[in-house]
Design a protein around this ligand. Sequence first.
Ligand code: MLT
Length: 393
Amino acid sequence: MKINENYSRLKDSYLFSEIAHRVQKFSAAHPDREILKMGIGDVTLPLAPAVVEAMRSAAEEMGRAETFRGYGPEQGYPFLREAIRDYYRSFGVAVSADEIFVSDGAKSDLGNILDLFDADNTVLIPDPVYPVYVDTNVMAGRRILFAEATEQNGFLPMPDKSVSADIIYLCSPNNPTGAAYSVGQLRQWVDYAKKCGALILYDAAYESFVAERGLARSIYEVEGAKECAIEFCSFSKTAGFTGTRCGYTVVPSDLIREGASLQKMWLRRQTTKFNGVSYIVQRGAQAAFSEEGRKQISKNLSVYRNNAAIICSALDRLHIWYTGGKNSPYVWLKCPGYADSFSFFDDLLEKTGVVGTPGSGFGKNGQGFFRLTAFAQEETVRKAMAEFERIFS
Ligand code: MLT
């Protein structure tokens, strides 16, 4: 028996497990200290009442012989795929229900999609970015190149003609920087991918936070993107499903590589390795798109947006450089007086009890930066920013 040696090339633990471990250790040593959690991007508001009601009634259906359901379609129930199709339509994007695959979340799909691709592909990944893209490719032993995201390019790297890649990751609005591509900028990526025959894996998990006109909610807002891009999205950040688990991936029928349909390959993969998301959860997800559900969810999103505004105005007062927060639940700031993100993390925790995420955990260009999430309770955000004012003014 031989193990996958690539695992030895990974960091010892996943970024957010490492943060949780440090916080746990601190709490154990200081049980009386209040911890102000603004680290992992985990929602804090409860599910929308329309979602809860739909799940309650689905659970009752499951308890009656006449309406009980066993295995569902691996790709997701048509009622949910059609609701997602209509959601895309509401911002002018045409995808068909057949192109939509419901899953237990974007993170799983982002990892699982790699089953479709040879290990001998070069992958281009922005730095800094959500660590899952790098880790899953390290596990598979792929060659990784980085697209440098820096303060100079507004943390939005653009295609470099001298670099050739087979698989390109884009995340917009970006985790962790909050920077979001315009449709015009994405067009340049689509043109580049088509020219070099590359496939774009587009993570749109934070699309519902896009507030400014001209910024993209989906890569399919670019004409021709269906020939070169797969899009991943999730109910986690939009509808508060981080613990409920539901997401979706769009694999267009136009995606043909080496004569093979990626959509058919993905269906083959999912029907073999995945048995679908529970009926109850899918009914809840469907309700997130109902009129009532949409209203309730947009109220929750505005609470998080308001939290981001509270963070930004405190940083403005303190003259601490930051970006994000406008089209994203994340605020990306320069560690005031620190070159090393983890030292800042440790000292901030020690002095104030505030937990954020060290920028260097997202890549080398994140060194010296720090991410705060707006997915916290308003009271926590206010207390945390009061601590910032106490320490840094
Ligand atoms: C984050 O904090 O970056 C996210 O919660 C991670 C995730 O969505 O898996």
